[in-house]
Design a protein around this ligand. Structure first.
Ligand SMILES: O=P(O)(O)O[C@H]1O[C@H](CO)[C@@H](O)[C@H]1O
Ligand SMILES: Nc1nc2[nH]cnc2c(=O)[nH]1
Length: 241
């Protein structure tokens, strides 16, 4: 069941007027269980990012996002956790941006800056906390590229993404970050590298959702520890870092 958790109150998505419905199995998040993807709405991303605006109206200042992603960067291994330092919004190149359409000035400006999308202090906090927890061997930092999905990439697409500077590739997160930043919230995001991007025509590897879910299960405990330690540290510092 998809639920929205606010303090100790638990709301079913179905009970919230106009709230989108999650259709992909296996997407529990820190505050929202069940996430939305471009592919499930056939829209430009307005609907899937509505929760960010709900967060803003609830007074949220900092957003943490996690995702599973494939790894076109050869230096990344399955099971690595990549702190996202930047993104490539590939659907945006074709006009598919969640902020397309009339701008709601109550949330933010028409042309928001995205060069500071991923908060520098929170990224450093993640790396510091990871070092304290002994997670350095699987912590990385890199660039996440969002594609529309739902098909996984061809070999030629993986090669192209790598040459464009993408370290990880997925189907979420960037849209939420764009809308959260538009509304002035700080953003932090992690990719769990759940599968290798297939770059070689001789390879027998095939990307599949079962491998994505299995890698998620294997790293779940450490990811939970990393994020909960970061959140506790932020709370202790009154949300400043
Ligand atoms: O980005 P999250 O929601 O973690 O999920 C990723 O994993 C799924 C594919 O296995 C896709 O939904 C992709 O976006
Ligand atoms: N597009 C894409 N999304 C993913 N989500 C998890 N793994 C992958 C992948 O290899 N490609």
């Amino acid at each position: 069941m998809d639920v929205f958790l606010l303090n100790d109150v638990c709301l079913k998505y179905a009970d919230i007027p106009n709230f989108p419905r999650s259709t992909v199995h296996g997407h529990p998040c820190v505050c929202m269980q069940g996430r939305f993807h471009l592919v499930t709405t056939c829209a430009c991303g307005f609907q899937i990012t509505l929760p960010m605006r709900v967060f803003k109206l609830l007074g949220v200042e900092t957003v943490f996002l996690t995702n599973a992603a494939g790894g076109p960067q050869p230096g990344l291994q399955v099971g690595d956790v990549m702190v996202i330092k930047d993104h490539i919004n590939m659907p945006g190149f074709a006009g598919n941006n969640p902020l397309a359409g009339p701008n709601d000035e109550r949330f933010g400006v028409r042309f928001p800056c995205m060069s500071d999308a991923y908060d520098r202090e929170l990224r450093q906090l993640a790396l510091d906390v990871a070092a304290e927890l002994g997670y350095c061997e699987f912590m990385q930092e890199g660039v996440y590229c969002v594609l529309g999905g739902p098909s996984f990439e061809t070999i030629a697409e993986c090669r192209m993404l790598h040459s464009l500077g993408a370290d990880a590739v997925g189907m979420s997160t960037a849209h939420e970050v764009i809308v959260a930043r538009h509304a002035g919230m700080r953003c932090f995001a992690l990719s769990l590298i759940s599968n290798r991007a297939v770059m070689d025509y001789d390879s027998q590897e095939k990307a599949n959702h079962e491998e994505v879910l299995e890698t998620g299960r294997q790293r779940a405990e450490q990811l939970e520890k990393l994020v909960s330690t970061m959140v506790a540290r932020l709370e202790r510092n009154n949300n400043s870092f």
